[in-house]
Design a protein around this ligand. Structure first.
Ligand SMILES: *[C@@H]1O[C@H](CO)[C@@H](O)[C@H](O)[C@H]1NC(C)=O
Ligand SMILES: *[C@@H]1O[C@H](CO)[C@@H](O)[C@H](O)[C@H]1NC(C)=O
Length: 377
């Protein structure tokens, strides 16, 4: 390339001498300038290519380094000072004080923008080994009752204290008095003052993390588990008792690798580019049920201040992990996490940890059968 350019340049300079008179004609001047430019570019790309690429990569490294520092230390540049909230403090003022400027939705997931209206902080006193946190709509009493009769029933599993709690948002249609009664009876409802909706699931997850970090920091492990799941709690506790299971920075479940961000507008999982610009998510654990060491919630809450929320809660946790410099761990036996709904099989259900179900009725029926005495297989 550079040879051709030189050749071209020489030819043109020869021409230049022959036609001195024409030199000052403006079209020719333009051509000369253009050729000089091409020549300089060719030179830069060939002879000095190495030097240039070195400079470029240095620049890139500097840029990345700067960006890391920028992201880790200078969130104030991304966050309007007016919208900064102190970490881990629940703002006692009303919702109107919370931080929602027009056009900017960054902080909606940041849980300190919301406060608990039902909190049950005392339920954590006896240092649980595992806390099951179930996001559920306020109206879905049937799901809560089914869980209370099945995998949420036992407070001690294989010698370990297990706590099952339900996380609700606000729902204009729900009967507040009835919810209070339900909580008085079971002491297992946690409610925060954000609007309960499918698109607000990321808020719900982050409020779960906030509750764990501030109300239950002594628990060893926690799990976010959907209300439509069959959870083999015995196998889960057994898995967490396995020697060598990390006690810190541990997130496990069904791992999702290289998942593309859904850009099709009529999909349930649609995320616009403004919310999440990368074409694919970092590795995350499928939202039906993921388990984590209980040091992570406080870290998620802290880092979430700097991560623009998007409506895919499990991928959002994946993004939090990435920003913390962590990644999810494969479970000891990945085949125990099933994300499909097929016919009940007593033998299979005795081996798994999660299974997606169709209804609360199914949960009660399958559980009743699974708990019947006699061999499973
Ligand atoms: C709560 O919000 C108000 C109004 O924005 C602010 O003045 C106050 O400092 C906040 N309190 C905390 C604890 O962040
Ligand atoms: C999510 O919750 C916030 C806070 O309550 C509310 O302002 C917003 O409208 C909710 N979004 C959706 C899509 O429900």
């Amino acid at each position: 390339m550079s040879f051709n350019c030189l050749f071209l340049f020489r030819e043109i300079t020869k021409d230049l001498c022959r036609h001195k008179i024409l030199l000052f004609q403006s079209w020719f001047q333009g051509l000369v300038v253009l050729c000089l430019l091409v020549f300089v570019i060719c030179l830069a790309l060939s002879d000095n290519a190495l030097l240039w690429s070195k400079r470029f990569s240095l620049h890139t490294q500097y840029y990345l380094l700067f960006n890391q520092i920028y992201q880790a230390r200078a969130p104030a540049y991304r966050v309007h000072p007016k919208h900064k909230v102190t970490l881990n403090t629940i703002n006692e003022t009303t919702e109107s004080s919370a931080v929602q400027p027009e056009g900017v939705q960054y902080h909606q997931a940041y849980p300190s923008n919301y406060q608990f209206v039902m909190d049950n902080a005392e339920v954590c006193k006896n240092t649980p080994f595992l806390v099951l946190m179930v996001p559920v709509a306020p109206k879905n009493i049937a799901a809560r009752d089914a869980i209370r009769q099945t995998w949420g029933k036992d407070s001690v599993v294989n010698g370990e204290v297990v706590l099952t709690l339900f996380m609700l948002g606000l729902d204009g249609g729900a009967d507040v008095e009835k919810l209070k009664q339900e909580n008085q009876q079971h002491h297992d409802l946690i409610q925060s003052n954000f609007m309960d909706s499918y698109l607000n699931l990321t808020i719900k997850t982050m409020v779960i993390m906030d509750w764990l970090a501030t109300r239950c920091p002594t628990a060893a492990y926690a799990m976010k588990v959907d209300s439509d799941m069959f959870l083999n709690i015995d196998n889960l506790v057994f898995m967490l008792q396995t020697p060598g299971i990390p006690k810190l920075n541990y997130l496990t479940g069904m791992l999702m690798w290289n998942r593309p961000v859904v850009r099709s507008k009529n999909s349930k999982w649609y995320v616009p580019e403004e919310m999440y610009p990368d074409p694919q998510y970092p590795t995350y654990t499928l939202g039906m049920g993921y388990i984590f060491s209980n040091d992570l919630p406080a870290k998620f809450v802290e880092v979430s201040e700097y991560i623009k929320p998007f409506n895919i809660e499990d991928a959002y946790i994946g993004e939090c992990m990435k920003r913390l410099g962590l990644s999810p761990t494969s479970p000891p036996n990945p085949s125990q996490f099933k994300a499909y709904n097929s016919k009940y099989n007593r033998c299979e259900f005795s081996k798994i940890i999660t299974y997606i179900l169709g209804s609360s009725e199914q949960l009660i029926n399958y559980w009743t059968d699974y708990k019947k005495p006699g061999p499973h297989c």
